[in-house]
Design a protein around this ligand. Structure first.
Ligand code: ZN
Length: 753
């Protein structure tokens, strides 16, 4: 019977109608969807993208500033004009941060007064704007210190180990660290320096990472010039994001607030960013042992670890206090299923002008909302409700999205289909698409319907990008590093560092993240401006336009699908890969197991499974140790993944069959869709991961550097060799896999002929 069904399905899938079908759509609704998408794609224009981009990049607009708040009003007014509904500005009173003044002078062996300013660039009038801030880092504390300066490389724990080996303590001293490649969140550097007892942290941009060692610098190329300063926050939002004084609940009027001294995410160290121009005098005067080879940077002298010779006087006065942040929300109400929401967002606040980060995304969003408003006027309302948000304070601690998500967590838990984030829409031509594994196939299929400016389909262009970067073994993105699993193009390993975090990790909403990337050395500096975008990032605004199209097509597929386009078999094979990676990267050794062990599940390459180096059958993972007591047995998890995968495959087949039949009973569709929405929620553990209760997802988490961290609770326990916790976390993971396998099996029963 089963084989007959498979044969029938194969036959159905080979028909032209099926070949043309969009995932989640019947042939008829697929044809209609193609028409809608064609209309949508025709609306965004490069001229309008550029015009909107200029409005957002005209003045600096950091979170909490008058300009950023005016832009919130502007967006609300535009959205109303464009035809969006329920436009509303949410106010959150949060612990904000701003600079009052800062000074740094080297007092020994010679005198040098740091500029802490970015020099104007020839041909770029915006770079002369007097409103450009001096060097500052969000959430630094105020203070004053005179102390020796020590070079601590990237400021990671192992860097301090090396200093210790050389007899160098940083206690009470000023550490000078550099931004690093691959990207590591500066807040982690600050926490590490604080833990080491340093009095202050200076963080500079070495030309090796994003300057002349990479290529031509602004205004002759996209890389960072001598004076560029990478601002940024050092908030410990990897512990808990959002307003530090309301961890886990929304900063609405009357909300309880904890004292800032007790806030886990509030740093307790002074910190300041430097251009290499200002770091150079410190570095070249240092004594002490020569720095190891991989600590050397791009400046033309030998780097030293430092000792007593270089002394500096640092004074920082901050203006950290309660202030309002504003989230703008607009909607297009769904025609058929108004209580199912496709949520999308982009942050508005920028360190200075924010041409790439985030205003490229904001411009693309404004052109997308114009297009969606046009469709609505033509009577083409989406089936589900589109909820669109302009976030505030992303740069400070993912603040606006976190507060909004915490405020509406209950509604989102019952209504949200997915969240699509666009932060930096465009810094170049290379697509980077992130997706929870269940949405990777739908995202890939969406790119097939779009055209890259090179003339190829966006899918082909994306594939070439992925292949090129795989060959180089690198990825250029700020937040994406080797996140691609198996044959998928989408990066299915999702860390933190942008506004998707509250949706995925706190509420259990499946997320997508979209961005075009390229050489980009002016991140978070004043030179990330309109001039840079028009000369290097996207001179013709073609990729901005393409982003509006891609974002729109993706959103409308989720909004209009008959049956939501989730692929849980794909999810299962990704989870199996996560488990294999955990076993490979950690002290889990292989030991002979019982006969016919369920570990065969790992070895078996089933369907879309990507187990590249399967463990041999009849073995299982064990932790080191002589007694059986220390054993961490992952067989239960592997079995549960197998069950979840076969239920997912069966569901894929049944859904395809139901769609091809051309008619799905609306009641049945409602049951199936709400069941599929529940899967992501089931990955949440209400207790959160050990030590970080706000982060509740058992599959996805983030390291303190923002880097992706799969199976976070289990992985962290294994890395600490804390076997009791690892066992407990393994049980939680196994239980959620069983829950979801049961859930899918129930849905399958509904679909039985
Ligand atoms: Zn951003």
């Amino acid at each position: 019977m089963a084989s007959l069904r498979v044969a029938l399905l194969a036959l159905l899938l080979s028909t032209p109608a099926a070949a043309q079908s969009i995932l989640g759509f019947s042939p008829a609704s697929s044809a209609r969807q193609v028409e809608i998408e064609n209309k949508l794609k025709a609306i965004p224009s490069a001229e309008e993208e550029r015009r909107q981009h200029r409005i957002f990049t005209e003045e600096p607009h950091v979170a909490g500033s008058k300009r950023n708040n005016q832009l919130a009003q502007y967006i609300a007014a535009e959205w109303k004009k464009q035809g969006l509904e329920d436009v509303f500005i949410h106010r959150y009173d949060v612990y904000g941060t701003g600079p009052r003044s800062a000074s740094l002078e080297m007092i020994s062996p010679t005198h040098y007064q740091a500029l802490l300013r970015e020099a104007p660039i020839r041909g770029d009038d915006d770079s002369k704007n007097p409103a450009i801030s001096a060097a500052w880092l969000g959430m630094s504390i105020s203070g004053e210190v005179t102390a020796p300066v020590i070079y601590a490389h990237s400021g990671n724990p192992e860097d301090y180990d090396l200093l210790r080996k050389n007899g160098i303590s940083v206690k009470g001293r000023i550490v000078l660290v550099r931004y690093s490649n691959p990207y590591s969140y500066r807040g982690f550097k600050a926490l590490t320096a604080q833990g080491e007892g340093a009095a202050a942290m200076l963080v500079y941009s070495d030309p090796q990472e994003d300057g002349y060692k990479q290529g031509k610098v602004d205004p002759d190329g996209p890389w960072g010039p001598e004076y560029h300063i990478q601002r940024g926050a050092i908030t410990y939002d990897f512990m808990v994001p959002g307003d530090p004084q309301t961890p886990g609940w929304a900063s609405v009027a009357g909300a309880k607030r904890i004292p800032i001294e007790q806030a886990l995410s509030a740093p307790k160290i002074m910190a300041l960013p430097l251009s290499w121009h200002d770091a150079k005098p410190l570095l070249e005067n240092m004594d002490g042992p020569a720095a190891p080879k991989d600590w050397q940077g791009g400046l033309p002298f030998e780097y030293h670890l430092g000792g007593e010779r270089v002394k500096a006087h640092l004074k920082i006065e901050m203006d950290n206090r309660l202030e309002p942040y504003y989230v703008v929300e607009g909607r297009i109400r769904g025609a058929d299923l108004p209580d199912e929401w496709v949520v999308m967002g982009n942050h508005r606040d920028a360190w200075v002008f924010g041409a790439v980060d985030p205003s490229s995304g904001t411009a693309s969003m404004m052109e997308l909302t114009r297009a969606l408003g046009e469709l609505k006027k033509q009577g083409l309302r989406p089936r589900r409700t589109l909820v669109i948000c302009s976030w505030d304070g992303e740069e400070i601690g993912l603040t606006g999205s976190t507060e909004w998500g915490e405020q509406f967590a209950d509604a989102l838990r019952s209504k949200a289909v997915a969240y699509i984030n666009v932060d930096e829409a465009t810094s170049g031509p290379n697509l980077h698409g992130q997706a929870v594994a269940s949405l990777a196939p739908m995202l890939e299929q969406a790119t097939r319907s779009l055209k890259d400016p090179s003339g190829k389909s966006l899918y082909e262009a994306w594939k070439e990008t992925v292949q090129r970067e795989r060959k180089q073994g690198t990825q250029s993105g700020q937040f994406s590093s080797s996140g691609i699993v198996g044959e998928t193009l989408a990066d299915t390993r999702i860390g933190s560092g942008s506004d998707h975090t509250v949706f995925l990790n706190f509420i259990g909403v499946p997320v997508l993240g979209l961005g075009f990337e390229g050489d980009y050395g002016v991140y978070h500096s004043a030179y990330d401006d309109f001039f840079w975008m028009n000369h290097f990032g996207d001179p013709g605004y073609k990729y901005h336009t393409l982003m509006s199209q891609l974002w729109g097509v993706t959103a409308l597929r989720l909004a209009n699908a008959d049956l939501l386009p989730f692929d849980f078999a794909m999810y299962a094979s990704n989870i199996r890969q996560f488990v294999n990676d955990l076993a490979r990267n950690n002290p889990l050794s292989l030991a002979p197991g019982p006969q016919n062990s369920a570990m065969e599940g790992v070895a078996r390459s089933t369907g879309r499974s990507e187990s590249k180096d399967p463990k041999p059958a009849g073995t299982h993972y064990v932790a080191p140790g002589n007694s059986g007591h220390d054993e961490l047995d992952l067989r239960g998890i592997i079995e549960a993944i197998d069950d979840f995968e076969s239920a997912g495959k069966k569901l894929n087949e049944s859904l395809t069959r139901a769609l091809i039949s051309g008619h799905v009973d609306p009641k049945l569709a409602a049951t199936l869709n709400s069941g599929m929405m529940q899967v992501e929620r089931n990955w949440l553990n209400p207790d959160g991961i050990p030590g970080r209760p706000w982060f509740k997802h058992v599959l996805y988490g983030a390291r303190y550097t923002y880097a992706h961290l799969e199976l976070p609770g289990l992985t962290e326990a294994v890395e600490k060799q804390d076997w009791p916790t690892a066992k407990q976390q393994a049980e939680i993971l196994e239980r959620s896999l069983h829950n979801n396998a049961d859930l899918l099996n129930n849905l399958n029963r509904r679909l039985e002929p």
